[in-house]
Design a protein around this ligand. Sequence first.
Ligand SMILES: [Zn+2]
Length: 317
Amino acid sequence: MTELILALDFGGTKHTAGLIGRGETEFRARRQVISPANADGDYDLRTMLGLGHELLGGAQPAAVGVSFGGPVDYDTGTVKLSHHIPGWENRPLRQIITAEFGAPTNVDNDANVAAVGEHRFGAGRGCASLLYITVSTGVGGGWILNNRSWRGRDSMAGEFGHIMVDPLGPLCVCGSHGCVERLASGPYIGRRAREWLAVQPERGAILRRLVDDDLNAVDGKVVAEAAAQGDELAWESLAVSARALGQAIGSVANLINPERFVLGGGVTKSGERYWDLLRATARAAAMPEVSYEVVPAGLGDYAPLWGAVAIADEPPA
Ligand SMILES: [Zn+2]
């Protein structure tokens, strides 16, 4: 009988569980629940354990892989905290899951796990080295080097979002200035456009129309929509994002020389013009001898769940 792998993805706003047979390429079953706004660590955990048991229907998994949306100490499988949900501080998640399902378990943060997912099942197949970058509410990254995850001394490798690309730029949540995340993420694409709309009343007609003149409704998504329809103010805010990403990608290419950069997250769905600028900026920032590809992610929102399948089988730390 095929052994079962249970994959769990604790996201910031939704939780997903999947059950798959070892070696299979499609989930046998998958469940997703949206978290209420007042959820805490206890609630999330109860919900996820429930989903897991529901999928298993009394069967015993051979291994469990877990993706967590926040910093994780990989060696001990302990969640350090969640930036979005209270009550996750220092939870020994691997221990809890192992005890609950009676199976060996690996836990890692979502960007690392998504990198593993793209490497094994998505846009990074056949690539020995890649940096996976997700650009949505925040900007995160995960490394595959020599076909293995590279987590670094503190499990903090791949913090691509906090590379400084403009020392004179705006203050970032991390305390630094002009970080990639502060310039490129969805919420800041929206915020920048709102600030410009407020002081440039003659510009942004298409963007204003899309939100019925309600500037508070301007977010990254509607900016991308307006840019696609030809709004130049909207495009300029997107362009800041594309340039910041490209600048950092070029520098990272110089430093590590990976084969591929795999980009996922909502912001990367901002159209060809966005990708062209991003690629051109990266090319200009990297040395001419440094070659690499920048490609869209292949697994979409399910990269962490597929990665969880892959890490379930990693040897214990
Ligand atoms: Zn930062």
